[in-house]
Design a protein around this ligand. Structure first.
Ligand code: 4AD
Ligand code: MG
Length: 504
């Protein structure tokens, strides 16, 4: 019996097992919020229904202890989940003394140290459920569209995405690297199966702390024989639309719990704008508007608003603190004022961050040098102007991976495509059409100073029945982070691995 099925048992007796997420007490009555992984349910315990010992047990229930409760299911729209259970019997299963995560605010580092417990909290629970729906949706999309799932190796003998982010390990005395990407193996498999996708762990040594980088993440890498870059973009869009539709259909409750405004998810169900690198650069530098809005101009206006709001927030905090200090308030009123002050202080911190960031974004956008890859702030500047993901293609070949095909009409550009998520999130997908010309590939391998012998097998794919083909890599955590509008990628995965974080 699970909480998510309570609607089928109105007026009937059920037994629920789970953990106590919250508890309130009145005279002779206990309201306990039980969670069982499928949902939350208020359980009401009085001596009338549960007897004196039942009430006494309920009074002893501590935050995050586990318990079994039996009672009558009563419909109540006002309650979380729409039902309440009037308890007739209850039993403590596992005690919980001094649960370390209290209701008050904790710092993120503290919560990360307690990740094994933090996962139980409502917000983390909702994020993990959304992640689960996204994973299922991705598999469903590919399976229903004729793709064959493949598992690429984790131990690899060569770099795919640059040598600077490799995790080296020992493979029976020989150096090996943890996989940075399954793509090259995916290309081989696509020549056997037509269309494939990988879904696996991926490793990148990133010795810096950013809100977008993990050392271990999950990547989905489809590879399609006979697809050019434009068919590749169609596939990316088809997959992302399928995911967004599923999330909107199945996760409305979770999205609401985490306060995610779904307007942008809805508006992303249209065709994504496709911009060349050249066009994107003009937008970043403020030389080209998007729907009448100038990127740099709108940032400057926003900075002014931030400064004005900072003044208001400071004044309101000071005012409320002075009123508490003046005395004469009832306890309830003080608590109310204090919680207002706490949320204002949170807003103050967010505003301070904006006030620090926006001038940097303006500066780096103004000074963007044509020919460079986009940095995080460039992606932020351009994606804030759109209400759906955008696809940027045809990049200067020097800044992209060795395996990308040159645009036959203009060989200065490689046929790579990056998908940038809106609201400042930036890159969630990188992909492109692959080079099929053996000589061009060898030239690139040399240019990137990669060991030719490690790529002999890969060159074989160009020697025996080579065909035009394309593929892409979706970063699962980047997608979850955007869909949930998280501030940092670390909350999108159960146990993040990143620079400075190997525990728990
Ligand atoms: O752009 P990337 O490096 O592309 C590749 O690996 C290609 N081989 C993919 C392909 O064409 N088959 O990585 C692809 C995606 C990025 O767009 C990003 O979403 C994610 O993987 N990603 C990371 N996510 C979290 N932490 C990191 N350190 C990431 N590095 C890349
Ligand atoms: Mg990339």
């Amino acid at each position: 019996m699970y909480i998510e099925d309570l609607h089928k048992f109105e007026g009937q007796q059920v037994t629920l097992r789970g953990w106590i997420a919250n508890k309130r007490e009145g005279k002779g009555i206990v309201f306990a919020i039980l969670r069982d992984g499928t949902g939350y349910c208020q359980c009401v315990i009085t001596a009338d229904t549960a007897g004196e010992t039942g009430l006494a047990t309920a009074q002893e229930l501590a935050l995050e202890c586990s318990a079994e409760l039996t009672g009558m299911v009563v419909r109540d729209e006002k309650q979380i989940g729409g039902h309440e259970v009037h308890v007739s019997a209850l039993k403590l299963i596992g005690k919980s003394e001094n649960y370390p995560i209290a209701k008050k605010e904790h710092g993120v580092e503290f919560l990360m140290d307690k990740r094994h417990l933090w996962l139980r909290s409502t917000r983390q629970w909702a994020i993990m459920r959304i992640r689960n729906v996204i994973i299922y949706s991705i598999h469903r999309y590919f399976q229903e569209n004729g793709y064959v799932q493949m598992d690429s190796p984790i131990f690899t003998g060569n770099a795919v995405e640059g040598t600077s982010t490799l995790f080296e390990t020992d493979f029976y005395g020989d150096p090996a690297y943890l996989s940075q990407s399954g793509q090259l193996y995916g290309e081989a498999m696509a020549m056997a199966m037509g269309r494939i996708y990988t879904f696996g762990p991926t490793f990148r040594a990133e010795k810096s702390k950013t809100r977008r980088h993990l050392s271990e993440f999950w990547m989905i890498e489809p590879e399609m024989a006979f697809f050019d870059i434009f068919q590749n973009m169609d596939a990316i869009e088809g997959m992302l639309h399928a995911v967004l539709k599923d999330v909107l259909a199945k996760c409305s409750r979770e999205l609401e719990m985490i306060g995610r405004d779904t307007a942008v998810l809805q508006s992303s169900l249209k065709t994504f704008p496709r911009l060349t690198y050249d066009e994107a650069v003009r937008i970043i530098k403020g030389e080209q508007d998007v729907n009448g809005v100038n990127g740099i101009g709108s940032l400057e206006a926003e900075l002014e608003q931030v400064h004005a709001r900072q003044k208001e927030v400071d004044a309101e905090i000071a005012d409320r603190e002075a009123k508490i200090a003046a005395g004469g308030m009832k306890k309830g009123e003080i608590n109310f004022f204090q919680s207002k002050i706490d949320s204002l202080k949170q807003e103050k911190a967010d505003l301070e961050e904006d006030a620090r960031n926006i001038p940097q974004w303006i500066n780096s956008a103004r000074n963007f040098e044509y020919g460079n890859d986009f940095g995080g702030s460039d992606e932020t500047v351009i994606t804030r102007l759109f209400d759906s993901p955008i696809m940027v293609y045809d990049w200067p070949h020097e800044v992209k991976a060795f395996y990308l095909k040159r645009n036959p009409e203009d060989p200065r550009f490689a046929r790579g495509v990056d998908v940038l998520a809106p609201e400042g999130y930036g890159e969630i997908v990188g992909g492109g059409e692959r080079e099929t010309n053996e000589e061009m590939l060898k030239e690139k391998i040399n240019e990137h100073q990669l060991p030719m012998e490690a790529f002999e097998w890969y060159l074989d794919l160009r020697r025996f029945g080579s065909v035009p083909h394309s593929g892409f890599g979706l970063g699962l955590e980047r997608l979850v982070t955007w869909v949930c509008k998280l501030k940092h990628v670390r909350e999108s995965i159960p146990f993040p691995r990143m620079y400075g974080r190997l525990k728990p």
